[in-house]
Design a protein. Structure first.
Length: 210
């Protein structure tokens, strides 16, 4: 059946420790917005997307979405999916459009939003973000796909032991104490970097490197 313009969705919390009586919020979501939430989990896998839409439930982050399931027509689904960006390994990484970094090592992950990484303390000349982009640019990045949740392309940069130690030392420049302690004390070995496309990722647009 054709995609409806809006979907009535029930939202509830899936956060750890959420109280069982957390109120359920009901709202009408544009069908495209709901599909974008599905894409963040499935990617452009049409059979899986169709299955989720028919099932009528999805957990995304700390939220559970529920709706009356329906079976979309494959042609209609294909048309709406064509309006979303596709992964493009040919796109070079552009540090000026990098939105956030995730430092990884073992089981630990450290989220570094650009705003937090660029914040400098009094009398500091450079930021941790400046250092991260400098170290990143000194080696090769591997394209890891398109994140529909972040509206960004993801790139992976593996660090040498010396590079990781340099970044840990540079973590002292972070203004926020919790983030500073995480960076300085973590045994991370790589970074996942999320870079937005020009014009919000409009289909057909290409990024240019720096």
């Amino acid at each position: 059946m054709p995609l409806p313009p809006t979907i009535r969705v029930k939202l509830s919390s899936e956060a750890a420790g959420a109280i069982s009586i957390t109120p359920v919020v009901v709202q009408d979501l544009p069908a495209r917005e709901l599909i974008e939430h599905v894409l963040a989990i499935t990617g452009k896998d049409q059979p899986r997307i169709r299955e989720v839409l028919l099932r009528g439930t999805l957990v995304s982050g700390a939220s559970r979405f529920r709706w009356t399931g329906w079976d979309p027509g494959m042609d209609e689904l294909r048309d709406v999916l064509a309006t979303f960006p596709d992964p493009d390994p040919s796109l070079p990484f552009a540090s000026r459009r990098c939105l956030r970094a995730v430092l990884r090592g073992g089981r630990q992950t450290i989220e570094v939003p650009r705003e937090a990484g660029t914040a400098k303390g009094l009398f500091q000349r450079g930021s941790f973000w400046d250092l991260l982009m400098q170290v990143t640019a000194a080696g090769s990045l591997v394209y890891a796909g398109y994140s529909y949740r972040d509206h960004a392309d993801c790139y992976v940069r593996e660090f040498s032991a010396a590079e990781a130690e340099r970044l840990r030392s540079g973590g002292a420049a972070v203004r926020y104490s919790t983030l500073r302690e995480q960076i300085c004390g973590a045994a991370f070995t790589r970074a996942d970097l999320f870079a937005a496309r020009p014009n919000g990722g409009a289909v057909g647009e290409r990024a240019s490197g720096e």
